[in-house]
Write a protein that binds this ligand. Structure first.
Ligand SMILES: C[S@@+](CC[C@H](N)C(=O)[O-])C[C@H]1O[C@@H](n2cnc3c(N)ncnc32)[C@H](O)[C@@H]1O
Length: 248
């Protein structure tokens, strides 16, 4: 069997978070560009769908975990909600802050929303219980050293009736499609990483982390264990991506 620990950015033990931090510090400047290439721009639609499912608007507060360069945080603010994005990577947040500086005047005028970024760990959120109407995480849960704890933190800071919405890579149920899709992640995506960021391993990491990720069934089970209501999974492109929605 192939060694799933062979990727330099995937550490299954105590150094998991540190290695993930190194990965995003290295790719931050090209992250948005490579997202467009590897998903053919589709990630933009999936993120919009995630934000619609969060069902926030003016007068509400939304928290976006592992916000990276801020795509989802900005989209949440565009609804008129107050949006806070958190991430532990200073490099990714620096890109988000640059985008905020360019957008904020327009955002204030057109959306009425507010955007704030905070550098902190998703596993130890600096917020009190029940502070948010919706808590989102996009392509972040798979990267956490402890996904169960990440979900518990989302749960803790969401108000009763608040929404938890999770977008990430998925595991297609259809064997043929899964084989094709995994081959794409194994063979082609690292090539994009090498060409755009000079680092194939940073993108080979996606499949390494996906193989260890609870994905559709496992994340649903963890949400139910927390006591979540209305747990729903939306499969996108045959389950290659998925969105989990739940109500606290
Ligand atoms: C693949 S990026 C996703 C960025 C953004 N949400 C998006 O969808 O484009 C994953 C992000 O998770 C962040 N991250 C990973 N583990 C984290 C943790 N424990 N606490 C906070 N951020 C974390 C990384 O720094 C990185 O910015």
């Amino acid at each position: 069997m192939r060694d799933v620990h062979s990727n330099s950015y995937f550490d299954p033990g105590d150094r998991r978070a540190e290695r993930v931090g190194d990965l995003f510090a290295g790719v931050a400047g090209r992250y948005d560009f490579i997202n467009d290439i590897q998903s053919l721009g589709l990630h933009r639609f999936w993120k919009r769908r995630l934000v619609r499912l969060a069902r926030v608007g003016r007068g509400q507060r939304a928290l976006d975990l592992c916000c990276g360069t801020g795509d989802v945080t900005f989209a949440l603010a565009r609804t008129g909600a107050e949006a806070i994005g958190i991430d532990f990577s200073g490099a990714m947040l620096a890109v988000a802050e640059r985008r905020a500086a360019r957008l904020e005047d327009r955002a204030r005028r057109e959306w009425g929303g507010r955007v704030q970024f905070i550098e902190c760990d998703a596993l130890q959120l600096p917020f009190s219980e029940s502070e948010f109407d919706a808590v989102t995480i996009s392509y972040g849960l798979r990267n956490l050293a402890d996904a169960r704890r990440g979900l518990a933190e989302m749960w803790r800071v969401a108000r009763p009736g608040g929404r938890l919405v999770i977008l990430d890579f998925g595991k297609p149920a259809n064997r043929w499609w899964r084989t094709v899709y995994y081959a794409y992640l194994r063979r082609l995506v690292p090539v994009f990483g090498r060409l755009v960021c000079g680092d194939a391993a940073a993108y080979a990491y996606i499949l390494e982390s996906l193989e260890r990720y609870a994905a559709q069934e496992g994340v649903s089970a963890m949400l139910r264990e927390l006591g979540a209501l209305d747990v729903r999974v939306i499969n996108l492109i045959g389950g290659a991506m998925s969105i989990h929605c739940a109500v606290r």
